[in-house]
Design a protein. Structure first.
Length: 69
């Protein structure tokens, strides 16, 4: 497995954990982090990276399943 794949899976997993916190505990870790780091549009950039990581993971999963058949 490539380092890039590990990074993408890790980022998608962190995003999934964040949404679990939002659903079960009503704590948004991204918003909490962005409250203390005053960088404009940081939360949008984090959400975009997580979304792109999820898309990348899905595409690579389907491609690996297709190759094994």
């Amino acid at each position: 497995m490539k380092k890039f794949d590990i990074f993408q899976i890790s980022l998608a997993s962190i995003g999934a954990i964040n949404w679990g916190f939002v659903a079960f505990l009503r704590i948004n870790l991204v918003e909490l982090l962005c409250k203390y780091i005053p960088v404009p549009y940081l939360n949008m950039a984090i959400y975009a990276l997580v979304a792109l990581s999820g898309i990348y993971c899905l595409i690579s999963l389907f491609l690996k399943c297709e190759m094994s058949n």
